[in-house]
Design a protein around this ligand. Structure first.
Ligand code: AP5
Length: 217
């Protein structure tokens, strides 16, 4: 299964991608997580990416293309992947198409998670992530069993630096201008499935599985 998840910041791409990856037995490839990992390690790539990420704007296309291309060419991705956070503009969508085509591959489906803006802002401001394993929680909608502590590994839960309200609003603006057209790109190829992301996590998951069997593109 080669699946792309699209949607605005806070739509639940990461939450659903993790579940879908487990369901299909393929890796969850998240550009945001890979970039944050580079930033945390202090690599050259991480230093360059951090400047953009802290402002809530997109990291340059070629930089992201490189990390995605490397990851997708690993043997673990040979059975497929769930891609979360890429492509983020039409140029990246064309790059992905080109890179997959070189390997004789195409996408099976592209799922767009539709969520109203006011819900997005409150989800992002309530999000906490584990500083050790990256697990994702929400202090309002998906709280951990013990406050500040990861259910999975006991790690410390922290707020993402780009989840402050002004940065979230900037990310939403960038999304409207640059990422929304990616939906039309995939609709034109008959790959797009739109799912209501404003439902409980398990309902969204069920809707995605159903949608991947059908299509609205
Ligand atoms: P990235 O990490 O990809 O952030 P994003 O796309 O803005 O998405 P988020 O991670 O904020 O949200 P999500 O949709 O994954 O939602 P989540 O599941 O966490 O990118 C960060 C930055 O990296 C970008 O700004 C950019 O600078 C850079 N970058 C990344 N990719 C790039 C690219 N391709 N090109 C250039 N730059 C790039 O859920 C959010 C919260 O809601 C959580 O707390 C969760 O628990 C909760 N939640 C989820 N689902 C539900 C539900 N159904 N009901 C209630 N709560 C829910």
């Amino acid at each position: 299964m080669r699946l792309v998840l699209l949607g605005p910041p806070g739509a639940g791409k990461g939450t659903q991608a993790e579940k879908l990856a487990r369901h299909y037995g393929v890796p969850h490839v998240a550009t945001g997580d890979m970039l944050r990992d580079e930033v945390a390690k202090g690599t050259e790539l991480g230093k360059r990416a951090a400047e953009y990420m802290h402002q809530g704007v997109l990291v340059p296309d070629e930089l992201v293309r490189e990390i995605v291309r490397n990851r997708l060419s690993q043997p673990e991705c040979s059975r497929g992947f769930v891609l979360d956070g890429y492509p983020r503009n039409v140029k990246q969508a064309r790059m992905l198409e080109e890179d997959l085509c070189r390997q004789g591959l195409t996408l099976n489906a592209v799922v767009f998670l539709s969520v109203p803006t006011e819900v997005l802002v409150s989800r992002s401001s309530g999000r906490v992530v584990c500083s050790a394993c990256g697990a994702n929680y929400n202090v309002v909608t998906r709280p951990p069993r013990e406050s500040g502590k990861c259910d999975r590994c006991g790690g410390r839960l922290i707020h993402r630096q780009d989840d402050q309200e002004d940065t979230v609003r900037k990310r939403l603006e960038v999304y409207q201008q640059e990422s929304l057209p990616v939906r039309d790109f995939y609709a034109a190829r008959g790959l797009l499935r739109t799912v209501d992301g404003d439902q409980p996590v398990e309902e969204v998951f069920r809707s995605i599985l159903e949608a991947v069997g059908g299509g609205d593109g």
